[in-house]
Design a protein around this ligand. Structure first.
Ligand SMILES: CC(C)(COP(=O)(O)OP(=O)(O)OC[C@H]1O[C@@H](n2cnc3c(N)ncnc32)[C@H](O)[C@@H]1OP(=O)(O)O)[C@@H](O)C(=O)NCCC(=O)NCCS
Length: 173
């Protein structure tokens, strides 16, 4: 179990997948992700290259979303933040979650590079990742189909040295 003051991550169980799929299918989230089949989530729960977590928050630590890391056994030490979807938006849980996952990637999983892609229309997620120190690497132009055309994916990453520099700067205050 990984935990910050107001949020914690626990490993997803197969019995959580109805919840996971309902969050993914929610129309507030669908425009920003490419929903998976249940079998893909089952694979991510079972295969050691993935970490699939339920995000719990609030006074009673109710389930508010889920996150997936991929590449946890990657020989290049390049771990991907594959998915983050939270039902409670705009209350700082996304930031707390990204901090927890970044710490997990570098400290626990030994990542050298922690990366993700995000749709260019997803201003909220882009602002969050930028402000948490992710650097834009490039754009996969028109790589995802939308209802009315195509959108580009922006690839972002943080390197271990950048994580350490940010962590040390925070500790110095
Ligand atoms: C993206 C997501 C994980 C962010 O989590 P969140 O809890 O809503 O975000 P936070 O409250 O921590 O806000 C983080 C930052 O996002 C930015 N932000 C928040 N709402 C925003 C909005 N409506 N427009 C633009 N930026 C916004 C702000 O910079 C904010 O930081 P600040 O409040 O300190 O200024 C969440 O909204 C979500 O699940 N969205 C749907 C699925 C999704 O887009 N997943 C990411 C795919 S890459």
């Amino acid at each position: 179990m990984a935990e910050r003051s107001n949020i914690r991550l626990r490993p997803t169980m197969l019995s959580d997948l109805d919840f996971v799929i309902s969050v993914e299918q929610d129309e507030r989230n669908r425009p920003f992700i490419t929903p998976w089949e249940r079998t893909q989530h089952e694979g991510a729960v079972r295969f050691p290259d993935f970490r699939h977590f339920i995000v719990e928050a609030g006074p009673t630590y109710g389930s508010t979303g889920f996150v997936i890391l991929q590449g946890c056994r990657n020989p290049h030490r390049s771990v991907e933040l594959k998915r983050i979807v939270l039902q409670t938006k705009g209350q700082g849980l996304g930031r707390a979650c990204v901090r927890l996952l970044t710490q997990m990637a570098f400290r626990d999983l030994g990542a050298h590079r922690f990366w993700l892609d995000v749709k260019s229309l997803n201003e909220r997620a882009l602002a969050l990742y930028r402000s948490e120190g992710f650097v834009e690497e490039g754009r996969l132009r028109d790589s995802v189909k939308t209802d009315d055309g195509f959108d580009s994916l922006i690839v972002m990453s943080m390197l271990e040295s950048e994580y350490i520099a940010r962590r040390d700067a925070k500790e110095k205050g």
